[in-house]
Ligand binder design. Sequence first.
Ligand SMILES: *Cc1c(COP(=O)(O)O)cnc(C)c1O
Length: 442
Amino acid sequence: MSDHQFDTAQVHAGFDPAANADSVTPVIYSNAAFWLENSQRGHDVANGDVPGFLYSRVSNPTVSFLEKRIAELDGAKEAVAVASGMAAITYALLNAAEGGGHIIAPYDVYGGTFDSLRTLLPQFGVTTSFVENINDLEHIESLIEQGSDGKGGTDVKAIFAESVSNPTTVVTDVEALAELAHRHGIPLIIDNTLPTPYLYRPLEHGADIVVYSTTKALSGHGNAIGGVVASGDSFDWANGRYPQFTTPEYILGEAAGREPRSFVEAAGPLAFIRRLRLKYLRLTGAVLGPFEAYLQLIGLETLTERVSKETASAGKVAAYLAGQRHVTAVNYAGLPGGAQSGLVAANYPNGIGSVLSFELEGGHEQTAAFINQVKLFRYLANIGDARSLIVDPVNTTHREFTKEARAIVGVGPTTIRLSIGLENPDDLIADLSQAFDAVYGK
Ligand SMILES: *Cc1c(COP(=O)(O)O)cnc(C)c1O
């Protein structure tokens, strides 16, 4: 498939009709476990020596179609699909930084990610330095050199950022950040949920690991929760900073009747993604169900059509909002003339996506009234749906933000986030317009 264009791959990659009863739509394999046929094949499948499925907590054919399709669209070597975007983020961060590692991340990340980095991962020994500006390379380099205790060392294990942040659409300069990370032997992990691989492919710009909430624009219909971790093959996991990939592993060696082997010895540059499946997915079990994988495969088939229309409409809505009297700020890096327009032009030729946010004049009362007045926009905590959505992040998607984080990121009581769907943009603008009139008078 890799000789095909993106929009061809999105309907074909990863699925072979000839191997699936001549079905051309992806088949749902609703199996817990798979027939091993005979003792020898059972051993070989369990040891990973021949292709095959054993048990759906580790891998499942329908889930595997999705993994292969997303890997191809993202330019990744291998992907693991999991039960949610948060599972993808948790697994990726722990796989890199478990056992006392340190992470560098910006404040402006998804609320759940912020809460996990700040309050949960430390319980597992993984701590985070939050930075105000992820594109401030000098500051980030000084944090890497200082280590978590400020005294130097090698405990910084990953840099994590969103390619386009939710909800303020700050764009990360992935190329510059990857170059800096690699100079110190550290991987760059990018949450690419907002742009999707159609608008941006972080691995092509130097990132090492990409995570997605497939719940959002990637599947696009607000009908299934899911996540994916995708890996390239250029990072050296044997560079001395990551003993978890170079220590002999019982299940890869002795249990398989072999000499001791580490993940690096068994999988080379794919050590990270193989270990993520065999340690985190297999042993903590946030597995994607085959039906959810099927819904996401069907959603993916229209990715380019949906995201290009939604992004064009988001640009129109953002321009409309920028001209509104009662809007004090519009956060949409896709607007011409913005502070990041050079970075956007160089990296996002097809736009930055369907999510934007803005600030209303007034306070909490006006925000509540505005949300209650819109008729077409649905008030719910999701993005990337075929329908347009509206939300007040401080009460919903970003309620985990501390006061300090809110001030830094610029998410407050008058912030409203929109996710633009497939409706006619004129109808969306008319809906916003009648809500402004109702709240502020004509
Ligand atoms: C929604 C979201 C997540 C979390 O994904 P779930 O599928 O809800 O677990 C992570 N990152 C970003 C940018 C998101 O928008």
